[in-house]
Design a protein around this ligand. Structure first.
Ligand code: CA2
Length: 146
């Protein structure tokens, strides 16, 4: 089973700026932990980050036939991107939305996710553990589709 992890804009800054909001763990640290868990679960993982909306859209489109599940932290594009929502909807690869912070406990503009309605579910508020929970949820979602 193959899972594509996609990370949106500014997540490359994790661990280096605003540690009071996002902690001191870098995205590379999270990737290591995801890969450790993936090895236990016998899941093949691809882990990517982009600051470009169009690049994320292309990666979603290309996932068809290559990955069984997409896990996406769309970062700020969560709240703005009809393009990401349309790509997730069009490609038909089961997708899980994740966030480090609890977007519902933050500013009002973060409460709305444009991608949530086209995702299997949302994991939000568990810091780096959101990524591990999403990996476990990916196995669950893939088993449902068998
Ligand atoms: O909680 C999350 O994972 C978010 O997706 C993070 C996004 C935010 O726009 C979403 O509302 C919730 C922000 C990612 C930017 O990460 C930074 C890391 C360090 C310094 C500045 C930004």
């Amino acid at each position: 089973m193959r899972v594509l992890f996609l990370n949106g804009p500014n997540l490359n800054l994790l661990g280096t700026r605003e540690p009071e909001v996002y902690g001191r763990t870098t995205l590379a640290d999270i990737e290591v932990k995801v890969r450790e868990k993936a090895a236990q679960l016998k899941v093949v993982v691809d882990f990517r980050q982009s600051n470009q909306e169009g690049e994320l859209v292309s990666w979603i489109q290309e996932a068809k036939g290559k990955f069984e599940v997409i896990v996406i932290n769309a970062a700020a594009y969560t709240h703005t991107s009809v393009a990401l929502r349309d790509a997730i909807s069009a490609v038909g690869v089961p997708t899980i939305e994740i966030h480090l912070s609890n977007i519902h406990a933050r500013e009002e503009f973060r409460h709305k996710s444009l991608i949530a309605p086209v995702c299997k579910g949302q994991i939000s508020g568990f810091g780096e553990k959101s990524y591990i929970l999403a990996l476990e949820a990916s196995v669950y979602v893939n088993d449902l589709n068998k």
